[in-house]
Structures are given as C-alpha cells and as structure tokens.
Ligand binder design. Structure first.
Ligand code: NAP
Length: 290
C-alpha cells in the first residue's frame, strides 16, 4: 500500500480564501478582525513564527499589531499591556508567543488574557470548555489536524485513535477533540512502556513528540491514517517529522508530510479563531442593538 499524501498547503489555502471572505464581510460591517501578538526576547524560531502570523493576518484582512519586549522586561509590564489589549475593542485576539524567558510566570500571563480573546485557546476557561466539548477557541494545532481529517473525509467516530505526545498545547487537546468526536482514544508519552503495542492498534495515529523517526513501519497498522505533527531540524538542516515518512507511507492509507502537512494548518486556525471572535463580537453588538 502506498499512502495518499495530505496536502496541508492546499487545504490551508482553501480555508484561508474562505476566511478572507469572512474577514471582508466583517470589515464591511465595521468590525475588522484584529490580532495582537506579544513577543518577549529574541528567540529566533519565535521571531519567524511571529513574522509568519503577521503576514498571514495581512493576507486575509486581519489587522495585526505586534508588541515586542526585551528578554529582561519586568513581567508586570507585559501584564499591563495585556490588560490594555483586553480593553481595546479593535482587538479580537491576543496571543503571547511561547516560549517565554525562564523568569516569566507563563500561567499568570496566559490567565490574564481575556477568555474572549484567547485565540490560542490556552486560558483555563477555554481548556475547561475543551474538556466538556464546548470550547470557544480550540487550540490551533489540534484544531488544524481535525480540519485536515474532515477535509480528507476520514471518519473519526468509533475509530481507535492513538495520540503520541501529551503536551498541553498539542497532545492533550488533540486527544480531547477526538474523544469529543466519539473516537476511542489512547494517549502515549515518554514514559509509555512499549509504545508499539499501542500504536499498532491505531486506525488514526497522531504523533506529536518531537522525536525524529520515533514511528517506524512495524509500529503502524496497515491502512492506518498517520498524522505527523512533529517538526524536527536534523543536524544537516533538513526538516523532518516524528514519523519515518518513507517507510510508513508504504503501510499507511493516508499520511501528512513534514513540511507541508499539519504546519500550514496551525496559523490558518489562528486566523479562523480571530475571525470567529470578531463574528461573535459583531453578533453580540447586533443583539444588544435589537
Ligand atoms: P513537548 O511539549 O515537548 O511535548 C512532547 C510530548 O511528547 C510529551 O508529552 C512527551 O512525553 C512526549 N514524548 C517525548 N518523547 C517521547 C517518546 N519517545 N515516546 C512517546 N512520547 C514521547 O512538545 P509539543 O509542543 O507538544 O510539540 C511536539 C512536536 O510537535 C514538536 O516537534 C513540535 O515542534 C511540533 N509542533 C508542531 C506544530 C505544527 O504546527 N506542526 C505545532 C506545535 C508543535 P512526556 O509528557 O512524558 O514528557
């Protein structure tokens, strides 16, 4: 079997063109969507991500603003900025680019963002919403994976899903979202004993561990759908996922490449969350006026 390749770039482009139309309708109604991005320090990878997010906003018609702070800034100063953005009606989404310098109280900052503008979905209110299946802002990377599965017509209900990786931003929300769609979900992590005995059962295998070649063909059921969230830079500069792509694509029925699979979807879902937030604001304003 040779797997069908999921073209994340094409799916993201299709979704972005729909988002552009929604943004333009909002702007015409006087509610141009706005995203504020806070960056602390000068982590090179973060700088690239922030640049890409700002560019993507521009492409679909979201107004973006960027607030840069030096690595040794007093966290209180960043908190003050977050509070000002919470109160700013032109801002529908606020994100703090992670990671932050070690002296930063990350949970405190994330909880300071208004739950109504928490487009990354990291606020406890939104995390709780995810648990009960009613979140306002699904976290962008797992949300992107769900959209890819939907786009490819992959049935989720009743399937055995194994999620490898249990981080707060990818693995755990991914598992919750798929459980909400009535899959039978198993989560594996670094302490899982004999990973293969779990992965081999997966109809849908989602891997987000940050370990190149963690998943080899013997660990994958024939015909499985394999979603590789991992992004790893090898010493020779090559970008790879967590899955032995060449080997596993001979066994899977559907597979995402790295790059060009899940990656392009993450920023797209950030745009979707920001536009959704502006739509809710406009609907609220219209209701109050009626
Ligand atoms: P993370 O916070 O480092 O979490 C990694 C998770 O993988 C942890 O739960 C860890 O287990 C688990 N893990 C590590 N080694 C393992 C192993 N040998 N077997 C099984 N599980 C193992 O990373 P993250 O932020 O979730 O990101 C994961 C990967 O996705 C990274 O490569 C990252 O670059 C990539 N990523 C991609 C996108 C995208 O847009 N495509 C977005 C975000 C992240 P423990 O909990 O036991 O430590």
């Amino acid at each position: 079997m040779t797997a069908k390749l999921v073209d994340g770039v094409a799916v993201a482009a299709k979704i972005r063109s729909e988002l552009k139309e929604r943004a333009s309708r909002l702007t015409a109604a006087g509610e141009q969507p706005g995203l504020a991005v806070i960056m602390v320090g000068n982590n090179a990878a973060s700088a690239v991500y922030v640049r890409n997010k700002i560019r993507a906003c521009h492409e679909v018609g979201i107004r973006s603003s960027r607030f840069d702070f030096p690595a040794d800034v007093d966290p209180a100063e960043v908190l003050t900025r977050i509070q000002a953005l919470n109160a700013d009606p032109a801002v529908h989404g606020i994100l703090v680019q992670l990671p932050l310098p070690p002296h930063f109280p990350i949970p405190l900052l994330l909880q300071a963002i208004s739950a109504e503008k928490d487009v990354d979905g990291f606020h406890l209110y939104n995390v709780g919403g995810l648990v009960i299946g009613d979140t306002v802002f699904p976290p962008c990377t797992p949300y992107g994976v769900v959209k890819l599965l939907e786009h490819e017509g992959v049935e989720i209900e009743g399937k055995n899903v194994v999620v490898v990786g249990a981080s707060n931003i990818v693995g755990k929300p991914m598992a919750l979202m798929l459980m909400q769609r009535e899959a039978t979900v198993c989560i594996c992590h670094a302490k899982t004993r004999d990973l293969a005995q779990f992965t081999i059962l997966a109809d849908i295998l989602v891997v987000a561990a940050g370990k190149p070649n963690l998943i080899v063909p013997q660990m994958v059921k024939t015909g499985a759908v394999v979603i590789d969230v991992g992004i790893n830079r090898l010493p020779d500069g090559k970008l790879v996922g967590d899955v032995d792509f060449a080997g596993v694509s001979q066994k899977a029925s559907l597979i995402t490449p790295v790059p060009g699979g899940v990656g392009p979807m993450t920023i797209t879902m950030l745009l979707a969350n920001t536009i959704g937030s502006a739509e809710r604001r406009l609907a609220g304003a219209n209701r109050s006026a009626a």
